[in-house]
Design a protein around this ligand. Structure first.
Ligand code: ZN
Length: 213
């Protein structure tokens, strides 16, 4: 496994719609492992392939799970994901590993259902995800379509800077995923993840905080 460089917001790969995966082979799984390791190193909760310059529809999400011994839910790999249902609206705080040092409040769905394939090409669904998981699904599928969370803001003036240190906290989550293997769920947990969006202490998930993806 290796840690890949994460691209920043002005990079064209982040503005390009990724192509659907058709070969569910060893190289896809190697990419997935590298993405997971890269996400852990950056302390994110999610990472899309565009963010490491690969224009394929694959994203990984791993949120905190207080029920788990290691504190993390198993990673979820979303290949060719399609959001099939969204409901409700809530305000969350969000960040992105490709827009480091900033965060903003924005509207996301209360619940999100997604259909995707796993690393072996098997179709699965996550129904009515809530909290940070829902937020991460929207954030990552946006990435795969060339969309950044800042595109949802009325103005970039809504971004605020966050201290690097603050960036490291994270939160907990209500995960609930399924995800097949968790090759490495035994990562260093403590600080864990927070990825994608650091959702705030928002109404919907009072304790969830996230970080970037
Ligand atoms: Zn992101």
């Amino acid at each position: 496994m290796s840690i890949l460089p994460i691209l920043y917001a002005d990079h064209p790969a982040l503005r390009t719609k990724a192509k659907r995966v058709s070969a569910f082979d060893a190289s896809l799984r190697r990419l997935a492992e590298d993405m997971l390791e890269t996400m852990h190193a950056a302390r994110g909760v999610g990472l899309a392939a565009n963010q490491v310059g690969v224009l394929l529809q694959i994203a990984v999400i791993q949120v905190l799970d207080p029920e788990s011994e290691v504190g993390l839910a198993e990673p979820i790999y979303l290949v060719n994901p399609e959001v099939i249902k969204r409901a409700g609206e809530r305000t969350v705080e969000e960040g992105c590993l490709s827009v480091p040092g900033y965060r903003a409040k924005l509207k996301r769905s209360e619940t999100v259902s997604v259909k995707a394939r796993d690393l072996f090409g098997r179709e699965f669904r996550i129904r009515n995800a809530t909290g940070l998981l829902a937020q991460a699904i929207e954030h990552e599928t946006d990435h795969l379509n060339g969309i950044l969370y800042i595109d949802h803001l009325a103005s970039l003036d809504e971004l605020y800077k966050v201290a690097p240190q603050e960036e490291e906290e994270e939160g907990d989550e209500e995960a609930a995923d399924d995800a097949e293997e968790a090759p490495e769920a035994q990562v260093s947990v403590p600080v864990a993840v927070g990825p994608e969006g650091r959702s705030a202490r928002s109404r919907a998930s009072p304790r969830a905080r996230t970080r970037a993806s």
